[in-house]
Design a protein around this ligand. Structure first.
Ligand code: SAM
Length: 280
């Protein structure tokens, strides 16, 4: 690369650039991009993944926040006229217009760890236009996304991601595959939004609210964890035992619980509940 474009990694943009050719190849093999597909890369950085992705699929849109990297990317990939580099914050980006009816988006990225969770929730809004997503994330986050009920990592993120998507943790990536090396282990995850939800809740907002509230008090029993939302609830009417812990409920059971609350509980959920966007 021309010295003119020398770039110092910026911590505030979560810049840990991939430098391990074997890992880059393994990621692209897992994605298996094909020509004519609609590929979108979030945070191309210095183009480590972009380069190999373009060899398989020259139609690619890259969304990068750091404006200093744009001239470098444009120069490096000048022989790819179908590469569309957009300087924008992916958290605010409207992905709708990139998709075509016959070609749902395939989204990929070695994501900045500080924005991974809000970005996942942002992307889930466009799930109808997304075929799949492959991301490098902190391994701990991949464990949470793909966790099974009853496990230590199972929580709000597992339930909401698995409600909308088939989630698969693929493989770990060690810190030395990056420059600068992050302090934590990383891993690759695949999320495939369902075209038809296996268990559809009557009221998705209520489902999200219930999941959020009960996991804020994961050590309590379900009946007690629901109290902030439904102080008057008679636990003997719940569709599952009120003595269970929230982290033992499957996605299907959370949907049953939300459907029960939407039809059997007369009062609106208590407004006193802190429905913040926590990361659990
Ligand atoms: N893909 C490159 C690689 O694997 O070497 C870079 C990965 S680096 C972990 C994350 C990249 O995302 C950086 O290039 C950073 O500038 C970019 N980025 C950070 N915040 C972003 C945002 N909100 N929207 C789009 N890109 C962002």
């Amino acid at each position: 690369m021309n010295n003119f474009f020398h770039h110092k990694a910026r911590k505030r943009f979560g810049q840990n650039f991939l430098v391990d050719a074997n890992i880059i190849e393994r990621i692209v093999r897992a994605i298996a991009p094909k020509a004519a597909q609609r590929l979108v890369e979030i945070g191309p950085g210095q183009g480590a993944l972009t380069e190999l992705l373009l060899q398989h699929c020259p139609t690619l849109t890259a969304v990068e926040l750091d404006r200093e990297l744009i001239p470098m990317l444009e120069f490096k990939f000048r022989q790819y006229p179908q590469l569309n580099i957009i300087q924008q914050d992916a958290l605010k980006f409207d992905f709708t217009h990139l998709a075509e009816k016959e070609q749902p988006l395939r989204i990929v990225g070695n994501l900045p760890y500080n924005i991974s969770t809000p970005l996942l929730f942002h992307l889930l809004k466009f799930r109808g236009q997304i075929r799949d997503m492959h991301f490098m994330l902190q391994k701990e986050l991949v464990d949470r996304l793909s966790a099974i009920p009853g496990s230590k990592s199972y929580g709000r993120l597992s339930v909401m991601a698995q409600y909308y998507c088939r989630v698969q943790g693929l493989f770990p990536v060690p810190p030395q595959s990056f420059h600068p090396a992050p302090k934590v282990e990383s891993a690759i995850v695949r999320l495939e939004p369902y075209t038809i939800l296996p268990y559809a809740a009557k009221d998705e907002k209520l489902l999200a609210q219930i999941v959020n509230v009960v996991f804020q008090q994961r050590r309590k029993t379900l009946r007690n964890a629901l109290k902030p939302l439904y102080p008057e609830l008679d636990p003997s009417h719940l569709p599952m035992a009120g003595e269970r812990r929230p982290q033992t409920l499957s996605v299907q059971e959370f949907v049953q619980l939300a459907d029960f609350c939407s039809t059997h509980v007369s009062a609106e959920p208590s407004a006193a509940v802190n429905d913040n966007n926590n990361t659990g």
